[in-house]
Write a protein that binds this ligand. Structure first.
Ligand SMILES: *[C@@H]1O[C@H](CO)[C@@H](O)[C@H](O)[C@H]1NC(C)=O
Ligand SMILES: *[C@@H]1O[C@H](CO)[C@@H](O)[C@H](O)[C@H]1NC(C)=O
Ligand SMILES: *[C@@H]1O[C@H](CO)[C@@H](O)[C@H](O)[C@H]1NC(C)=O
Ligand SMILES: CC(=O)N[C@H]1CO[C@H](CO)[C@@H](O)[C@@H]1O
Length: 542
């Protein structure tokens, strides 16, 4: 209890000290004793955090956004008069309706995705859909179901992680052909976007595979709103932050975050310094991995491990507008290429925007890195030559407009969405989402059941604001640093030579030189009977 009260006092005193020290040229709206909160990034996590702060009565915040718009990786582009999504474009329904309900609040238009509506073509231009469907039904689908139940069981039993590949193999799926490869890419890489040897099998139960926890089993929804999907974020912003409000500052690229006694100081590219009592970092995992922002002091090892061992996935939506359509009418056109993950997945935009003559190819994973290093001309050449293979004998009409976003090359984003690799533990994940002092972290990686989606940005932003609120009100030990489990294990016996004050769980490593004699020591007599017997044996010997 005393410790608790101490922490409460510590919290308040640190806060009031830093408030008095504020000497900047810019202004928070309130100069009073309210905590100053800086939000870095105006994507889904940043705007959700600001709204949640506002709802709890904390209006003394500033949002710094590196680009000139709100929405982050939810970003539309115009092509031939049609609005298409260059970043997040689908809503994954979840049982709580978290994102769909926000989309509905701004009357966003979306349509259900129909993945059954697909055609598969091979390198000779032949329609191999029947082979695809047969292999899917007889081999992939049973293995996928096995993966799900195996993951559930492995979680329940506390088994170590395994790859999605290994569980699919145990379930009887071993890809044998180009058609098999495209089945995998469509069903696994398309969601993650990494191949099955990379993805966590254990977490398949938590993540996007799961109908049980994170997401509904119904099909995704494709956003087709002419205002763009980011209208959802702008709409959320408009609910609490009026147009032109100075608390939302555009083109402020953060370069340095310094954690000092009594406050945090954040510097931008233009050498403007903002001080704050709390900072909410909403940069992507990719930005954190690329050291686009310097932390001083350097983030602790457990945090850097957690950040760098998680993955930033890559997805490139290439949109092409042709003079006229020449492709199949289906929603999805899959290409069983000679090389796995070579322009496998196409979505027919004309289906949702008839007459638009737009076709999209979804490039996944490492292929995105390869393409981002090529110029547009070279990419278009590959794409057109792929289409000529898929539609051998048909004439390919000229491309009259296109869009090639490059998320990985952009220092504000460094990739598309996050992924949970095999071997990454929940303990490490807890470090990923833990604060470092009063620097908090939220984003599309921020929830173990929804990582890689807008849901995770939303959920983690609410969690962070909740934690800050508890810290401000002294209800939580806001200064207690995160401790990885491996650090929590050690010698917990005070009398031992190698007593570890940070250890919470005894690992049996205590080195005790003399027999414990105090009343509390007698407890350790049981634990270290072996050590003591050894000591007795040694003393007899010498
Ligand atoms: C959404 O549509 C409803 C019904 O047409 C309307 O009442 C509401 O004002 C609209 N909301 C927005 C944000 O456009
Ligand atoms: C595959 O299964 C689906 C759903 O049961 C069925 O509609 C379809 O006809 C099957 N296709 C083949 C080729 O077996
Ligand atoms: C910011 O400060 C650095 C070092 O003090 C200086 O080299 C740089 O020119 C400054 N940049 C701007 C935009 O003022
Ligand atoms: C520190 C530690 O592990 N103590 C354990 C020693 O053994 C007794 C009895 O088995 C446990 O109750 C203690 O927790």
């Amino acid at each position: 209890m005393a410790g608790y009260i101490f922490l409460i006092m510590l919290c308040w005193s640190l806060m009031s000290v830093s408030t008095q020290q504020s000497q900047a040229t810019w202004r928070y709206p309130t100069s009073a004793q309210k905590p100053r909160i800086l939000i870095l990034g105006a994507g889904m996590a940043g705007i959700t955090a600001a709204k949640a702060l506002h709802d709890k009565g904390y209006d003394n915040f500033i949002i710094l956004e590196g680009s000139n718009r709100v929405g982050g990786r939810i970003k539309e582009v115009m092509i031939g008069g049609i609005t298409v999504e260059a970043g997040a474009g689908w809503i994954h329904p979840d049982p709580q309706n978290l994102i769909q309900s926000l989309a509905d609040r701004v009357n966003l238009s979306y349509v259900p995705l129909d993945s059954d509506d697909h055609v598969v073509r091979d390198g000779n231009g032949n329609d191999v859909t029947l082979e695809f469907d047969t292999r899917y039904n007889t081999s992939f689908d049973p293995a996928f179901k096995f993966l799900n139940s195996y993951a559930k069981e492995a979680n329940a039993k506390g088994k170590p992680d395994f790859t999605v590949r290994s569980a699919l193999s145990m379930g009887g799926w071993q890809p044998k052909s180009h058609v098999d490869d495209v089945i995998e890419v469509f069903n696994i890489d398309g969601d993650y976007p990494y191949p099955p040897e990379v993805n966590s099998g254990l977490n398949a139960f938590f993540g996007a595979y799961s109908g049980a926890k994170g997401f509904s089993t119904t099909e995704d929804l494709t956003v087709i709103d002419k205002r763009g999907f980011s209208q959802m974020v702008r709409g959320l912003r408009a609910e609490f932050l009026p147009d032109g409000d100075q608390r939302l500052r555009m083109n402020e690229v953060v370069t340095d975050i310094e954690n000092k006694d009594g406050g945090i100081s954040v510097r931008t590219r233009d050498n403007v310094t903002y001080s704050a009592d709390y900072v909410i970092v909403t940069f992507s995992i990719g930005v954190l991995q690329h050291d686009e922002v310097r932390f001083s002091p350097t983030l602790p090892l457990w945090k850097r491990e957690a950040i760098n061992q998680f993955q930033q996935g890559h997805l490139m939506h290439i949109y092409l507008k042709f003079a006229e359509t020449f492709w199949d009418d289906n929603e999805f056109i899959l290409y069983a290429s000679e090389r796995r993950n070579y322009y496998n997945m196409w979505q027919n935009v004309d289906k949702n925007f008839p007459g638009s003559n737009i076709l999209q190819v979804l490039v996944l994973g490492d292929e995105v890195i390869r393409l981002e290093r090529m110029d547009d001309r070279a990419i278009l050449n590959e794409v057109i030559s792929t289409l000529s293979t898929m539609y051998r004998g048909r004439s390919i009409s000229p491309v009259i407009a296109y869009s090639i976003p490059r998320w990985n090359s952009d220092p504000l984003f460094r990739g598309a969405f996050s992924n949970w690799p095999s071997g990454y533990t929940l303990d490490t994940f807890n470090g990923l989402i833990a604060p470092v002092g009063k620097i908090y972290f939220a984003g599309d990686y921020g929830d173990p059941f929804h990582y890689g989606t807008i849901q995770a940005s939303y959920i983690s932003a609410l969690r962070v604001v909740d934690n800050i609120d508890k810290c401000v009100r002294g209800l939580d030990s806001c200064e207690a640093p995160y401790q990885p489990k491996y650090e929590a294990r050690g010698c917990t016996y005070h009398g031992a030579q190698n007593y570890n004050a940070r250890a919470k769980e005894d690992d049996g490593s205590c080195i005790i030189l003399k027999c414990p004699i105090s009343s509390s020591g007698s407890v350790y007599y049981e634990n270290y009977t072996y050590t003591i017997l050894l000591l007795i044996a040694l003393s007899i010997m010498f």
